[in-house]
Design a protein around this ligand. Sequence first.
Ligand code: HEC
Length: 177
Amino acid sequence: MKLTRARCFVLGMLGLLAGLALLPTQGFTGGGGDEAVERTRKQTRMLDDLYKTAIVLITEHYVKGDEPSAAVAGKLLWKEMKAKGHHEVRLIDATGSPIEASNVAVDDFEKGALREILAGKASVDRVIEKDGKRFLRTATIVPVVMTKCVSCHPHYAKVPKSQAIGALVYTLPVEDR
Ligand code: HEC
């Protein structure tokens, strides 16, 4: 069958949507909490959808060959969000072979959350206190959503499709009113 350009586009879009559908937006779990924590969870869910969708779309439409990568764009963006005092985001490895050595779980929350995500959870969260302020820390699964991921991370080819290869870790202030 000869594929027209339009058909290729439609098939491409369907493939992309199927990939996006794989992104876990449900199954956020946490250890309870009050209304302010619940609002922060909702905000985190929105950011998780936003950043994961952006990374997939950038990878799909703008990444050619093996650079530049959406991960680098994400890190520049997250640096600005942190500098403006909004929130912190880290993209960390779950395979033991990060491209960038510093993209690994560094504290107790990240290490524990990664273990739970590798055991099958889609997300893990915890409220922490720092300088008298509350923060919600959340880690969400990053699976291999597209074959293109493998072109820069060849070892992902051996990971089963739904298994985590990484996690996005968020730290948001809990807005107590
Ligand atoms: C064009 C090459 C490229 C593609 C395609 C790519 N990545 Fe990456 N990825 C990188 C680079 C480079 C880094 C390290 C960026 C840094 O920290 O400076 C990285 C970092 C990561 C990390 C953090 C751990 C590590 O290895 O440093 C994860 C997780 C990750 N990528 C997942 C993915 C997923 C999932 C996809 C597919 C949607 C993907 N990558 C596609 C190049 C790529």
